[in-house]
Ligand binder design. Structure first.
Ligand SMILES: Nc1nc2c(ncn2[C@@H]2O[C@H](COP(=O)(O)OP(=O)(O)OP(=O)(O)O)[C@@H](O)[C@H]2O)c(=O)[nH]1
Length: 189
């Protein structure tokens, strides 16, 4: 499930992942909730992801709350060009702790990493916040495609691992992400 403030790029991230395209042009806010499926090949096993795209607007919050409980994984987004969306992450985490399953897979994404000139949240700030809350982190761009595939693949790997291995053999999500990250504007967390 994709969560985060309105306008951070949740729908664009999902469309980039699903269709490999960027939705340029005017911003159409999601109403309520929407979903798309995508099948990934994870280490030779087909994993079907059902990805729920939530509306970031406050007025749809009660709709979103109802879906948290069934989510196996949450991608929590902020927009690196929007300080408020970053400042709101703590409130999102509180909400997640209140409504989501305790063992939900969670990843923090700083989206719009392509927008160099408009950036107001440094990568280090994202890294610090993620570390503080013990959440894996990376920057993404729905526009350029930076780390989009990686974010979803990492989550799928973690979910597959959980469903097939002993819980004691923990899959190191952040380690995997660090190892796999490449390209401009993204470095190790
Ligand atoms: N530069 C840049 N713009 C982006 C990126 N992702 C999204 N946008 C723009 O940000 C705006 C909002 O994108 P959406 O994907 O609709 O945002 P959302 O989080 O789904 O918003 P809600 O549905 O209201 O919750 C659009 O104008 C997009 O074109 C990105 O990676 N880079």
């Amino acid at each position: 499930m994709l969560v985060g403030d309105s306008g951070v790029g949740k729908t664009c991230l999902l469309v980039r992942f699903k269709d490999g395209a960027f939705l340029a042009g005017s911003f159409i806010s999601t109403v309520g909730i929407d979903f798309r499926n995508k099948v990934l090949d994870i280490d030779g096993v087909k994993v079907k992801l059902q990805i729920w795209d939530t509306a970031g607007q406050e007025r749809f919050r009660s709709v979103t709350h109802a879906y948290y409980r069934d989510a196996h994984a949450l991608l929590l987004l902020y927009d690196v060009t929007n300080k408020t969306s970053f400042d709101n992450i703590q409130a999102w985490l509180t909400e997640i702790h209140e409504y989501a399953q305790q063992d939900v897979v969670l990843m923090l994404l700083g989206n719009k990493a392509d927008a160099t000139h408009d950036r107001v949240v440094r990568r280090e700030d994202g890294e610090r916040l993620a570390k503080e809350f013990g959440v894996p982190f990376m920057e993404t761009s729905a526009r350029s495609g930076l780390n989009v595939e990686l974010a979803f693949t990492a989550v799928a790997k973690e979910l597959k691992h959980r469903s097939t291995k002993e819980p004691s053999e923990k899959f190191q999500l952040q380690e995997y992400v660090n190892k796999e990250m490449k390209g401009a504007g993204c470095c190790r967390a």
